[in-house]
Design a protein around this ligand. Sequence first.
Ligand SMILES: Cc1cc2nc3c(=O)[nH]c(=O)nc-3n(C[C@H](O)[C@H](O)[C@H](O)COP(=O)(O)O)c2cc1C
Ligand code: SF4
Length: 641
Amino acid sequence: MTAFPKLFSSFKIGSLNIKNRMVMSPMETHLCDKEGFVTEEIIAYYKERALGGVGYITLENTSVDPAGRVNDGMLCIHDDKFIAGLKMLTDCIHVVGGKVVLQLSHAGKEALPYYTGLKTVSPSAIPSPLTKEMPKELTIEEIKSIVNKFTDGAERAVKAGFDGVEIHMAHGYLVNQFLSPESNIRTDDYGGDTIRRSRFAREIVENIRKQSPKDYPVICRISADEYTDTGLKPEESKEIAKILEKAGASAIHVSACNYASAFFNIPCYYLEEGCFIHLAEGIKSAVKIPVLAVGRIMNPAMAENILKDNKADLVVFGRILIADPYFPNKVKDGRLDDIRTCLSCNRCIESISDKKLVCTVNPYIGKEGTSGLKKTIKPKKILIIGGGPAGLSAAHILSSRGHNVSLWEKESQLGGSFRFASMAPKKEPMRKFLDYLIRQVKNTNTKIQLNKEATTEAIKQFAAEVVVLAHGAKHVPVEINGTQRNDVLNVKNAFLSADSLGNNIAIVGGGPEGCELADFLASRGKKITVIEMMRVLGLGLVAHPRYHVRERLNKMGAKLHINTKVTEIGHNYLVVSRRREPDQELEGFDNIVIPTLHKSNTALAESIRTIVPEVYIAGDAVEGRTALEAIAEGVEIGMKI
Ligand SMILES: Cc1cc2nc3c(=O)[nH]c(=O)nc-3n(C[C@H](O)[C@H](O)[C@H](O)COP(=O)(O)O)c2cc1C
Ligand code: SF4
């Protein structure tokens, strides 16, 4: 008996029987080839998600028109030549008991001509908010032709064995561009009031409905609120949903935003969990067909309540299924502690702007099917130095594979620099993930020693066959006149001693650490000044959290100086210089925080190479980077020893 009976009750959309109420959101992977054909990698990726127990998968954004391709990482279905590969994919999903719906898409003015070599198109000649590229205004004839391309795409989807199609009418893509008063200012039959702006969407649904098998699911994904001043609002979206229902839509999948509000579309950790549920609830009050809710829903109890409170009929999960494909089965079996939680860090969406999908916490993306742990036939005595993400990841895998693992951590707690990074506001997902990593290791036979300094002598005495050095970077203060003073603080100490700091604090360096410390201290009521020499604050953070942390700092009244170099640090004052301006003194600070460089830390490795047969280095000890590299390297070492 599951603790989430609603979530694990069956459901039906048209001819699609769904074993539970959990749907995988469409998410581009860039695992297809450059021409948009299915690859073995993409098949393995989706097969693993089907095995993980989700009710049905919505296959990513697939282009119905070469001119509607966002870039060369987008799957295609604009020609019959794509059917065979897609059929292989659906077969592989069906064979393991999964169901799969294809998302049909045309990016309109958000397609990138750099990749397509074609002029972008849109209902009106209004530039893309992102690229500023001016699209060509579509003629009536061209509109009809694109309606046919969607219909042809759906016909091919049926031939390729998909259990349904979802029309991408959201996120600022072409159909959304027609629906929205922000991007559609036509004065003919395809523009004007709600009915006219909905005509393109309606014709697509009607045509697909006419040509598809009876009850074939045709799901419409809309942005019920575009979160812009002049875009679609929830009330008008209810009218649109009714029009789509009448046209023959089988269900409405309620998302939000367009390219102008893209920092809200895939809600990062600064936004609330379940932040679009109210939109689904609104649409549900307007239509009789099933409604799907999406948007940072990662907690099964929240999902269960959405269904119990009748706010939606199905719950859509995106990034949590990138992070952990087995999320549905784990929820079903009550193994909540085993869920590899998603950080909502949005490294995934940033990765696919020009590369294959990556995930901070899941290094197996694109390598699905190889993640099974092989027991070792020759267990070794292994010592891991450092209990941050790299060391913990390696320890978990090596122990699980049957090695005899000890882990030394010089601090009194596990977590390494990740623990400090997760102290900043809104970073609960990082704290949860760290707890998950620690739990995973504690469930193995790893012998953990805290407060244990790893000297060459101690390592020699321990006599391990293998040492994995995951002891973090060497922290070196930046070279500015005054950083050697003993009245300055580094970022870590500032986090740890926040309550004893004065009220007026200067933070030198507005990179990721500086911004997050500023947020941490400003949230405690401190008066903050950040001085950054680059022209962008938070460089190194993923774009979405970078946008939100800056917004937060602005709202809290932090003084943010960019293009400003600190040339001297004194007692309670800083001398700063800006191009073409005389040097200036900023004074009156109670505390000054200086940045540290995270340098490669290999001295210990050199000193033990002659006394330990096998030595590996992982994470920041190689070079200061992010948790993604640390976890990936820890896992890789764990697999290969
Ligand atoms: C890597 C990535 C790729 C995405 N690609 C698509 C896509 O192809 N089509 C689409 O409608 N939404 C896309 N989205 C948005 C998701 O479908 C979903 O709406 C969003 O991630 C919020 O859900 P979540 O909070 O459960 O992740 C993408 C999101 C991510 C993270
Ligand atoms: S990259 Fe970050 S946001 Fe994306 S799935 Fe992985 S943990 Fe979640």
